[in-house]
Design a protein around this ligand. Sequence first.
Ligand code: ZN
Length: 493
Amino acid sequence: MATIIIPTALRPYTSQQARLSVEAATVNDALFALIERFPALKQHLFNEEERLRSFVNLYVGDEDIRHLQGLETGLKPDSELTIVPSVAGGSALLETDQPGKEDLIVQERYENLQLSNEEVLRYSRHLIMPEVTLEGQLRLKASKVLLIGTGGLGSPIALYLAAAGVGTLGLVDADIVDETNLQRQIIHFTSDVGKPKLDSARAKVTEINPHVQVNLHETRLTSENALDIMRDYDIIVDGTDNFPTRYLVNDACVLLGKPNVYGSIFRFEGQASVFYAKEGPCYRCLYPEPPPPGLVPSCAEGGVLGILPGLIGLVQATETVKLILGAGEPLIGRLLLLDALSMRWRELKLKKNTECPLCGEHPTQTELIDYIEFCGLRGEEKTTLENTVPEISVQELKQRLDNNDLMTLLDVREEHEIQISSLPGIVHIPMGEIPDRVSELNSADEIIVICRSGGRSGKITEFLQSIGFRKVKNLVGGMNAYAKEVDPSLPTY
Ligand code: ZN
């Protein structure tokens, strides 16, 4: 029996099973057996033409099947087939030897620098290491690192790079600290809620190490500003949480010839790699196209264990320091996967895609593009703005509840969310079960659809309308808005 390893993002479709045993001679047989058992998985693995989706990669052992016999790759009874959805990618075999002196990222800039006595004392545990020494510490001091995002990943990265003595740290973020950040974004404290993340981050970095020059870029990274912001830095560290920015960071790094230290997280799972097109694959080699909007949930929708960004962020910080020092074996051409629930680290080989539009043999893309469009999000923005579904405000709902009006309150959140906050007398059907359980609803009734903040309920309102429900309305802002504006005794989350 071969084993299929299911990533967290797909476990809702496998009754939460992480490992499955199947009787299969090839990868194709194994996927067929998997889909037979869990039909809802099919749309996530295959497109309408029955072809494997391009944001799903399959590995037998640590080899990408695209470099074996594809779906016909044979499986042995002890084979492990790993499904790796969008977060990384693969080329001709890479030689990832320790880079020679001439490959060092921070060139000769460090030669004119010195350490003060205070700095010598501060960095003394580095200076006595043969892999660092005074020269390495001066390289760190000369280095310029740009960190995109000061959230879950960016927090530990910024703190440790500052402590390690990176001379110039650029920070890009336009967000404000809010309460939901504090569970994982450890550079921001409770007293920072309401402040710009950059101000909060700079204060901590400076407190840890006043020798660090902090450059603030208080903006969202866009195709218009990315090259200008990134140009002056040696290494780019990707701490973003969305696909458009991830592709933007990758493409800009390839165009500028800079290494992109990558990490991503979801619930209990993380990935890390170093994409450096000069020496290995880029993110696009792995995932030529992003997943369709809505198919991969974000951390805001799916949640994330607060400690996980610490684990992955510190892998990124470690790789950044290694690149600056030119020490050890960088994570170029390798994708590190962490499953924190089983506490297993796995490593997959990544290869450069010779057809890659960015870094392949015949690049077809030589400038930045519109990444919102590329990720299929332009239409999404429009629908949310146009608000085509019938709505009800939380105040109106409150009034009608007080009048004891007859209506069905359909709550489409998950069971564990209902436990956090809910209205009395709801009909509870989780979003994913609506299509199968729609017969439990009466299309003649007035139905108010409720979720956390109005997104899921909007989709369900649209769906119910499309199958003939006439009197269905979406509760704008969901339970969180109800708690904020109507009943402050309820928690928000
Ligand atoms: Zn590439």
